[in-house]
Design a protein around this ligand. Structure first.
Ligand code: LLP
Length: 421
């Protein structure tokens, strides 16, 4: 459920008409709903209660400071994968004690930054990284709390580009080698082993792969404890999928996911951590765009929008589906017609949808891409020197621009022409 609904024939974000936002900020723009973000965060905290837990929002899915502050103020932790994301979490007021540092290639500078500013734990992904972290921590006179990310060799049954839990993927250490790696971690002077981390992929639409992975983590917990490690925290990653197509069957609910966690690892006496991104931010955001032209094609018409693949890359990158709806509610009797929905970028890959049934649309009409909150704005680029588009946050009946559209001067001034040219 989200808070983007038609009211009196006009699509609203909570109590604000999207056409009003478009008139103020121009198009295209991203728009997020505070109520949806809040609701989704609470679904997870309720699903995990009464287990001791922390829901760490995966910043990579949507990293605007206003969104992070919204979630941080509710008590959310943050999962970061770069020094930049770490600084975002801090700038949004989240204390280091609620920030988890994930990622396969943390640099020594990033480790120093997080150890200096405070960190809940590092999720370490390899032996070289473990040794580097121990060195950095020792040189600063501190101890780094760590989990080791294990690769459980489970097929997440999702898009190959976002599956991470198979043994051929670059993530984590093979679970079969865990004893050896934990033994070395325990010997390193700058580290304190506190738990286990696992993450098998994103946009999972079934619980079964999670179940396989978490059962392996439960086994490993017993084994590592028997080997003398004080395993007291389990980071179970993110990855729960969202319904992108309203007409399709829905993925499992957070409540069902929570029940699975309780069933598989709930009796180990560990604090549970999860790192959801998409389920919190995905359906909390939409992308609003205007039709520039309707162009007659062979067999069907092209809807040429002012948004393009540089603004929302998921369709061209993963073949992802996003529902597209008109901002003015169509009359129920109106017959849909198939359009190829495209952007103005100069490549054929700049196609959002082919033969998508939509009510008849005309130049100047507004449309909204649903489920665009996660991996939308954060993956945008300025390809074709198209400015990054604004982000807007709605709360009740008010809205604010939380990232402004840059001017062309700002964009051009980032380049420098050397004096010798
Ligand atoms: N934790 C780790 C270690 C991750 O790598 C990820 C996502 C998450 C948590 C959050 O997963 P989520 O709950 O959002 O599924 N750009 C792609 C998705 C990339 C996911 C990368 N890792 C897309 O647009 O579908």
């Amino acid at each position: 459920m989200d808070h983007f609904l038609y009211r009196n024939g006009a699509l609203h974000a909570e109590d604000v008409a999207l056409a009003d936002i478009a008139a103020t900020v121009g198009t295209p723009f991203y728009c997020y709903s505070t109520a949806t973000l809040t609701r989704h965060y609470h679904l997870f905290t309720e699903a995990l209660s009464p287990l001791p837990h922390m829901v760490c929002f995966a910043i990579k899915s949507l990293s605007n400071l206003a969104v992070l502050k919204t979630l941080g103020d509710l008590g959310a932790g943050m999962d970061v994968v770069s020094g930049g994301e770490y600084l975002r979490a801090k700038a949004a007021g989240v204390p280091g004690s609620r920030i988890v540092f994930s990622g396969v290639g943390k640099t020594r500078e990033e480790m120093r930054l997080a150890l200096g500013g405070g960190i809940r734990q590092f999720n370490v992904e390899s032996e070289p990284e473990m040794r580097a972290l121990s060195e950095v921590a020792s040189s600063m006179g501190v101890i780094a709390p760590i989990t080791v990310r294990v690769n459980p060799d489970v097929d997440a049954r999702t898009h190959e580009k976002i599956a991470t839990g198979k043994k051929e993927n670059k993530f984590g250490i093979p679970i079969a080698r865990a004893s050896e790696v934990y033994a070395e971690a325990a010997r390193l002077p700058g580290l304190e082993v506190i738990g286990i981390d696992v993450h098998i992929g994103s946009q999972l639409t079934e619980l079964e792969p999670f179940e396989q992975a978490y059962l392996k983590v439960a086994d490993l917990t017993h084994r590592l404890r028997a080997e003398g490690h004080d395993i007291r925290r389990l980071d179970l990653g993110g990855g729960l999928g969202i319904p992108y197509e309203r007409s399709n069957s829905a993925p499992p609910l957070p409540l069902e996911y929570g029940a699975l966690i309780k069933r598989t690892v709930g009796d180990l006496g560990c604090e549970i951590e999860i790192e959801p991104g998409r389920l919190i931010s995905g359906n909390a955001g939409i992308l609003v765009s205007r039709v520039i032209y309707v162009k007659e094609g062979e067999g069907r018409d092209f809807l040429i929008l002012d948004a393009a693949m540089n603004d929302l890359v998921r369709p061209s990158m993963y073949g992802a589906h996003h529902d597209i709806v008109p901002v003015v509610e169509p009359e129920p009797a109106i017959e849909a017609q198939p359009y190829d929905v495209v952007g103005p970028v100069c490549e054929t890959g700049d196609t959002f949808a082919k033969a998508r049934p939509l009510p008849p649309l005309a130049e100047g009409d507004l449309v909204a891409f649903r489920s665009a909150g996660a991996y939308g704005a954060v993956m945008a680029s300025e390809y074709n020197t198209r400015p990054l588009i604004p982000e807007v946050l709605v709360k009740g009946d008010h809205f604010a621009v939380i990232r402004a559209r840059p001017t062309f001067d700002e964009i051009l001034n980032r380049d420098t022409i050397p004096e010798w040219l």
